[in-house]
Design a protein around this ligand. Structure first.
Ligand SMILES: O=P(O)(O)OC[C@H]1O[C@H](OP(=O)(O)OP(=O)(O)O)[C@H](O)[C@@H]1O
Ligand SMILES: NC(=O)CC[C@H](N)C(=O)O
Ligand code: SF4
Ligand SMILES: [Mg+2]
Length: 474
């Protein structure tokens, strides 16, 4: 097969093995796959549109008979500058991770040269039984170069494809792999899109004048002037060639879409599994205002992802909306930074008040979520310093009390301000005059879907969590 003779133009160093630490990878990411004209350029545009899903490293692999890979630490615009990767097919990845597993050795996409040719994957999600799978694969003689669950999943897929071919091999691998995965897969000159049977993470198919695109969010398809074709179904494998696409199989299963995609992660202009994220967030704001009204002078959003909820709250409550907080446009998302110190520093750089909006006012402060409480503590402090007379906090997600094992970086309960704290304790801790969260029922109705994962809100998960997926395992 032509791909086997290819040259890896890889500009990263061999990884240092930290797999013995058993550190649990826990990230969110953006995936992109493209087939057609200008593949590299289309992938770059799509990855830039999805920068909010991962800010730590970025990578692209293309194929033109040879495989070409570039990965690096930083934003897409920092990693990709003057180079051009040849090929009419490619996959791309933006990643974020926790300290200890953030190095370039774990950056996507991962590519293996096998007897079938080149097989590469970009992965969003988290494999909960990666530890066990890795041990079993090692016993069979496979070697690993990183601590990434994605590398384990790729190795599992390749080992099954080698035995059973692409269709049955991927199906067999899916029966063994547990957890969350939305994948863009490159197998030589053919692109595949694959979503785990729960449908935890989003994945959507589209087309523009150059060819076909698969991406984590529809906003990436808009960015390349494309049209959405449809969501990849949970459990579905789609084969995509330049001439068209076809569904290869779908493993039917009870679905469990991540509520946090709607609450925080995704762009408001994306449509995920038929629901526009802006619309959901607006509904959340309306619901918050019905469940938790308050007398106040102004509704102020916490930018960026609290904006749509604040608008809904304002329209329903008839309390005027104003931008009392301004976000430094060159700042990062803070939640997805790897450690507390960098998160604190980023929040200070990120937000400042508009004094005339808040001075002497009773403020309703609306954010999408409170996780560790870093953002709220800081904001309430600056609002009071700059003259707000009252600060009433309204939150568009119920309290987060349990870890996520399916691809969001919330893994130890101790991190959560709502863990073992009453609402009143939290109110005091952040310094608010009042504090209220949307109810779980209110959230479900705002999203307009019952097939949701609510694990981090309830501690009840849609699937078993293997011991190896829990923090501090050895
Ligand atoms: O309670 P915490 O641990 O501080 O985390 C919650 C905050 O983090 C997120 O914002 P982020 O700054 O990541 O991104 P955004 O600009 O998209 O809102 C989220 O929107 C909350 O504002
Ligand atoms: N964060 C992601 O979804 C990326 C996939 C994978 N968990 C990784 O470690 O890279
Ligand atoms: S546990 Fe929470 S963050 Fe994780 S997939 Fe479920 S809803 Fe999403
Ligand atoms: Mg925020």
């Amino acid at each position: 097969m032509s791909g086997k003779k290819g040259v890896l133009t890889v500009d990263f160093h061999p990884p240092e093995l930290d797999i013995t630490t058993g550190q649990k990878p826990s990230e969110e990411c953006a995936v992109v796959g493209y087939i057609g004209n200008n593949a590299y350029t289309n992938i770059i545009f799509a990855l830039r549109a999805l920068q909010h899903r991962g800010q730590e490293s970025s990578g692209i692999a293309t194929f033109d008979g040879k495989i070409h890979i570039k990965k690096g630490m930083g934003f897409v615009s920092e990693v990709f500058r003057d180079e051009f990767l040849e090929g009419r097919i490619g996959i791309g990845h933006n990643r974020y991770s926790t300290a200890g597993s953030k190095g370039v050795e774990n950056a996507g996409p991962f590519v293996i040269s096998s007897s079938m040719g080149y097989i590469g994957i970009s992965h969003n999600g988290e494999v909960t039984n990666a530890h066990d799978l890795r041990e079993k694969l090692k016993e069979k003689g496979y070697i690993f170069y990183s601590s990434s669950d994605t590398e384990v999943m790729l190795t599992e897929i390749v080992s099954e494809i080698n035995k059973y071919g692409i269709r049955d091999g991927i199906k067999k691998a899916m029966l063994k792999i547990k957890g969350a995965y939305a994948l863009a897969i490159l197998i030589n000159d053919t692109l595949y899109a694959l979503r785990d049977p729960f449908g935890f993470r989003p994945l959507i198919l589209g087309k523009n004048n150059d060819g076909y695109i698969v991406a984590s969010e529809s906003a990436a398809i808009d960015t390349v002037s494309g049209k959405v074709i449809r969501d990849v179904k949970p459990g579905e494998l789609i084969e995509i060639r330049e001439t068209g696409y076809r569904s290869i199989f779908t493993i039917e299963h009870e679905k469990s879409h991540c509520m946090f995609e709607y609450v925080y992660f995704a762009r408001p202009d994306s449509i995920i599994d038929g629901k526009e994220v802006f619309d959901v967030r607006y509904n959340i704001g309306v619901r918050l205002a019905t469940e938790n009204p308050v007398n106040a002078d102004v509704v102020v959003p916490v930018p960026d992802s609290g904006r749509s909820q604040a608008l809904g709250y304002s329209v329903y409550s008839k309390i005027p909306y104003s931008e009392g907080l301004i976000k430094n446009r060159y700042s990062d998302r803070t939640f997805i930074l790897p450690d507390q110190e960098s998160r604190y520093n980023a929040i200070k750089i990120k937000l400042n008040t508009i004094k005339s909006v808040i001075n002497g006012k009773r403020v309703v402060l609306v954010d999408d979520s409170i996780v560790r409480g870093n953002t709220m503590r800081h904001i309430i402090g600056i609002l009071r310093k700059d003259g707000a007379t009252e600060v009433h906090v309204r939150v568009g997600s119920p309290p987060i009390i349990a870890p996520c094992y399916f691809g969001v970086d919330m893994k130890t309960k101790d991190d959560f301000i709502a863990n073992n704290n009453s609402i009143e304790d939290i109110r005091k801790e952040i310094g608010a005059d009042s504090l209220a969260y949307i109810s779980i029922e209110g959230l479900k109705e705002s999203i307009g879907m019952n097939e949701l994962c609510l694990g981090c809100l309830t501690g009840i998960y849609p699937d078993d969590i293997p011991e190896g997926a829990k923090p501090n395992y050895t």
